[in-house]
Design a binder for this molecule. Structure first.
Ligand SMILES: Cc1ncc(C[n+]2csc(CCOP(=O)(O)OP(=O)(O)O)c2C)c(N)n1
Ligand SMILES: [Mg+2]
Length: 672
């Protein structure tokens, strides 16, 4: 349908949609940067979605039972900002729109979670939004089963572009959603045939509808500019029994000189182009001006869900008190009160038993104690359940048959798992953790970075955390992965050395409010180090004295995880020779860095020589603790990896790569 016919047939819809388009044109022109074409192309779909389908109340953006709207094609951020402004979200004033992409404003280049209510997730790295959406839909299905459809019964809508569908993560996301038959998940594809380089067909000829259908989706399509047709497709998508994919045929940069071309993808800033486009729309108002009747139609849409929300509040109030309290607690992100006593009792017993245990097995023991008292945890693994030790007996398995199940078989989809876990956490009401091999951090990394950027407390249980995994060889042996995780802002990297430290790490990870955690866990057995019970969480200090020097302190050995055992052996050797040696266990560098300077100096005083031992690379954090915070304290050395590993039994590998007590002693002696 051409513009003039649309205008004539649906004049009110047209003006509402053009409010989105013109705000986009004005904001992008003012910023002299941004992406005009996508919001101009998807304005009709978004107008029908918000106007007739999306369950929301702009005055209560945190209403737990709202539909979630995710803009996976995050470069089209002005679409979201315009919708939030027009429908009356308090955070999204016209002033914000006028300062699109400017310092100190909520209207960042790409939508950022936490900047404004109504931004459900951070998008921009293409494909993340559809990955998140699967997690949102899993959370919804799980909570619906637990609390009943009167309390939880909403949809997750996600707009994807050609780019999102080309990214590999979309395949992981859509196949997982298809298997799980997430009936409340609806993907709207901006089928405009254009990306940055030109026509989609230059790089991809996939039949997207067939692709989704092949994975168990219900597939629909519509003319993405005809409000009647869009409404029909959305109605059908909502009624479909499985996840729904709606192909919306659209024109990028509709009505402009750049329509249907790659030029329309980016910023249309030329004053004449902007003016001509507005003229083509029949829009004759100054920049950033929305006629009062159009604005009030949009505000009515923003208030459309108020009655439904009020009814929901009443229904919620009639829940049994305990259930209501639990719902409120899990949505607040607050851990249950019992957790502390469970962890303390666990640690006490662990110190007493002092088992020799791989920390991955330790992790399973801890989870077995925690999961029964934390009904909000949702565990999972990317097809390594038996290796990651992530499943405890009481969880059940999440599936179309059992929505109450709290364990997700994510399949071999590390990236999809991580993106889904972000969605689970962002939805609220659940606390996700998931495992894979530490080495495959690489496969999950784009979403791990977004956990950190968004500040969502996802837990990554990464096992087989060094050459200590042995025969599987260098393809599977992480060397640089601790460094990469430590280099990421707002990320806690825990590398516990035994059962007690593992319990402490989980305690911190599962009570975190806004920082994701990476738990680096060993495949190989490790002896107990913490045999005397201390109620206080030592791991929370990041580093602490595990064994003090006997006699004058000449050497400080710093180690993490599996290498703490080596440090203790090296200490025995040095002490036998009369060299006073302190061993510092450092399970979390970030938490150590967060202690006050006096504490840090108490643990790492100037004077003694320092040797750190970790079966990973030195880069990415060690030098601060070795050379001193100002880089001129220590005589120091490092025992670790400077190359990839190799395929061999573990003992041979530690020998060959020189990660031994003897090598540590030699390095310490050379410095004395
Ligand atoms: C992972 C990732 N790779 C590359 C980019 C850069 N990029 C932003 S938009 C875009 C093209 C997207 O095409 P499409 O989804 O069809 O959007 P449209 O041009 O139709 O608006 C690219 C390559 C990105 N944002 N994320
Ligand atoms: Mg496109």
């Amino acid at each position: 349908m051409d513009i003039n016919t649309l205008r004539a047939q649906h004049p009110e819809h047209w003006m509402r949609a053009c409010a989105i388009r013109t705000l986009t044109l004005d904001a992008v022109a003012a910023a002299n940067s941004g992406h005009s074409g996508m919001p101009m192309g998807m304005a009709d779909v978004a107008t029908v979605l918000f106007g007739q389908h999306l369950k929301f109340d702009a005055s209560a953006p945190h209403w737990p039972d709202r539909d979630r709207f995710i803009l996976s094609a995050g470069h089209g951020s002005m679409l979201l900002y315009a919708l939030l402004h027009l429908t009356g979200y308090e955070d999204m004033t016209l002033d914000q729109i006028k300062h699109f992409r400017q310092w100190g404003y909520r209207t960042a280049g790409h939508p950022e979670y936490g900047h404004a209510a109504g931004i459900e997730t951070t998008t921009g790295p293409l494909g993340q939004g559809i990955g998140n959406a699967v997690g949102f839909a899993i959370a919804e299905a799980n909570l619906r089963a637990i609390y009943g459809a009167k309390v939880v019964n909403h949809h997750t809508y996600v707009i994807v572009g050609d780019g999102c569908l080309m990214e590999g993560v979309s395949q992981e996301a859509l196949t997982l959603a298809g298997k799980q038959q997430l009936d409340h998940l609806i993907v709207l594809w901006d089928d405009n045939g254009i990306t940055i380089d030109g026509k989609v067909s230059m790089a991809d000829v996939t039949d997207q509808k067939a692709r989704f259908a092949a994975s168990g989706w219900d597939v629909f399509d519509c003319d993405g500019h005809d409000p009647v047709d869009i409404d029909r497709a959305l109605t059908a998508a909502k009624a479909s029994p499985g996840p729904a994919f709606v192909a919306c045929k659209t024109h990028i940069a509709l009505g402009s000189a750049a329509q249907d071309t790659a030029k329309g993808h980016g910023a249309l800033t030329d004053a004449k182009v902007v003016a001509d486009t507005k003229a083509a729309y029949g829009w004759d108002y100054p920049a950033f001006t929305i006629p009062a009747d159009v604005k009030s139609q949009w505000e009515a849409i923003g208030a459309r869900g108020a009655a439904t929300r009020a009814a929901w509040e009443a229904g919620f109030a009639s829940l049994p008190t305990a259930k209501r309290a639990q719902f409120e607690r899990v949505f607040s992100g607050e851990a249950p009160k019992q957790l502390k006593s469970v962890i303390t009792a666990f640690k006490k017993q662990a110190a007493l038993d002092a088992p020799k245990l791989a920390t991955r097995a330790a992790s399973e023991k801890v989870l077995s104690a925690i999961n029964p008292v934390m009904p909000e945890t949702i565990g999972g693994s990317a097809d390594l359940t038996g290796s990651n030790n992530t499943k405890t007996p009481d969880l059940g398995v999440f599936s179309p048959e059992d929505r109450k199940g709290r364990y997700v078989y994510y399949g071999i989809r590390e990236h999809g798992m991580a993106a889904a876990m972000n969605g689970l956490a962002l939805h609220g009401g659940v606390r996700p953790y998931g495992g894979t091999f530490m080495c495959f951090t690489d496969y999950a990394r784009p979403s791990m970075r977004l956990s950190a950027l968004m500040g969502v407390a996802v837990v990554y249980a990464m096992t087989h955390d060094s050459i200590g995994l042995g025969e599987d060889g260098p393809t599977h042996q992480p060397v640089e992965h601790l460094a990469i995780s430590r280099a990421t802002p707002n990320t806690w990297v825990f590398r516990p050395c035994d059962l007690v430290e593992t319990a402490e790490a989980w305690d911190l990870a599962l009570t975190s409010k806004s920082t994701p955690s990476v738990l680096a866990l060993s495949r190989q057995n490790l002896p107990a180090m913490r045999k005397i019970h201390v109620a206080a969480n030592q791991t929370a200090k990041g580093a602490y004295v595990l064994a003090e020097a006997t006699g004058p302190r000449k050497v400080i050995l710093i180690a993490t995880g599996s290498e703490v055992e080596i440090a203790m052996k090296a200490r025995d050797l040095l002490q036998a020779d009369g060299v006073g040696t302190r061993v510092v266990s450092m399970p979390c560098m970030e938490m150590f860095a967060a202690q006050d300077e006096a504490y840090r100096r108490r643990i790492l005083p100037p004077g003694p020589v320092r040797v750190a031992i970790e079966a990973g690379v030195r880069a990415g954090g060690w030098d601060r603790w070795l050379l001193g915070e100002r880089g001129r304290e220590g005589k120091a050395d490092f025992v670790g990896m400077s190359s990839f590993g190799a395929s061999a039994p573990i003992d041979r590998l530690y020998q060959e790569f020189g990660i031994t007590a003897e090598a540590t002693v030699a390095k310490a002696r050379a410095l004395l």
